[in-house]
Design a protein around this ligand. Structure first.
Ligand code: DGY
Length: 318
């Protein structure tokens, strides 16, 4: 009996590969784990019935059109803005993502970036490594306090909630803004966007990317923030206008930024690299071994469910 053909775009964990192996005829990237290009994906996907992709694969309408047999896409991520969901819907292609399993790990990292940004961890570490530290001084790398400050959360979803919950231990006031006003959660107070920007000492951005959230933060928004404010983006590149943010950081309009995502990642505005008041990380907010393992396994379980005619564990509603 011929098995359905599964294309896996990137190296995945052995436990997931093992679970899939008996059910699919697999083409993968295990040996040579390189980022895909659109052309490469279009060339590879032609015969596939199933696709296991990542947040970094751009599965647009052309790619989907190049896969006439495609029945399902499982992405190993909660965000699926890199996939043309409308094209999936039009073709009856099922889509799954990996919500929940990464919530706590991603919230941890939001805090890691916040702390590193507010307390100048990367900058001072570079100073030590470069052999520049000649002795202690009162005004060395003075940062801004996190405890007792006002934390703003743009996007009070699962991850936003997990971030808010952690703020209690820091005795913070938490304000948040959502497109749809959610309930008061974790002691956080709903405010309009303008108030969020004006009152946050630390602003964490966690909204999913969509046309509606494209450039949700631009120069005009940054101008409303406190000059002492720190901005952290663990959402998606494109939610913040990176050129505007770079400009604001260069001019000291806001104090600092912690950025895990960028508009054209892995490329980024070269200006960011020269800034000491920017902490830059390579889209790793969900990257603990345990959580990445759970994401990969959940994607695999969704594929297995589909091929066995069971409901998907975490379908994307199309
Ligand atoms: C996601 O799951 O959307 C993350 O950005 C990838 O780790």
């Amino acid at each position: 009996m011929t098995r359905p053909r599964l294309l896996i775009t990137r190296r995945i964990y052995p436990e997931a590969l093992e679970a899939l192996a008996g059910h699919f005829d697999i083409t993968d990237n295990q040996a040579n784990d390189t980022p895909t290009t659109k052309e490469g994906l279009m060339a590879a996907i032609g015969q596939a019935d199933y696709l296991f992709c990542t947040v970094a694969d751009k599965v647009d309408g052309d790619v989907i059109a190049a896969a006439p047999s495609l029945r399902m896409i499982a992405t190993g991520a909660v965000g699926f803005n890199n996939i043309d969901a409308q094209a999936c819907k039009a073709r009856g292609i099922a889509l799954s993502n990996t919500p929940d399993v990464l919530t706590e790990t991603t919230a941890d990292f939001g805090w890691a970036l916040l702390m590193a940004t507010a307390r100048r961890v990367s900058e001072s570490e570079r100073y030590v490594r470069q052999g520049q530290w000649k002795g202690w001084a009162f005004d060395q790398f003075t940062g801004v306090d996190v405890h007792g400050a006002t934390l703003g959360i743009l996007g009070m979803g699962r991850i936003g909630g997990a971030i808010a919950r952690r703020a209690a231990g820091f005795n913070m006031r938490v304000v948040y803004h959502n497109r749809s006003k959610a309930q008061q959660e974790y002691g956080a107070q709903y405010v309009d966007k303008q108030t969020l920007l004006a009152e946050s000492d630390h602003l964490i951005i966690v909204v999913p990317y969509s046309q509606a959230t494209h450039h949700l933060i631009t120069a005009a928004d940054l101008a409303q923030m406190k000059p002492s404010a720190c901005l952290v983006n663990i959402a998606r590149g494109g939610v913040v206008n990176d050129a505007d943010l770079l400009n604001a950081l260069q001019r000291g309009q806001i104090r600092a930024a912690g950025l895990d995502v960028f508009e054209n990642e892995p490329a980024l505005h070269a200006g960011f690299l020269a800034l000491d008041n920017a902490v830059l990380t390579p889209h790793i907010a969900s990257s603990s071994r345990a959580t990445r393992g759970r994401m990969v396994m959940l994607a695999a379980e969704n594929l297995l469910a589909h091929v066995q005619g069971r409901p998907l564990k975490t379908p994307v509603a199309l």
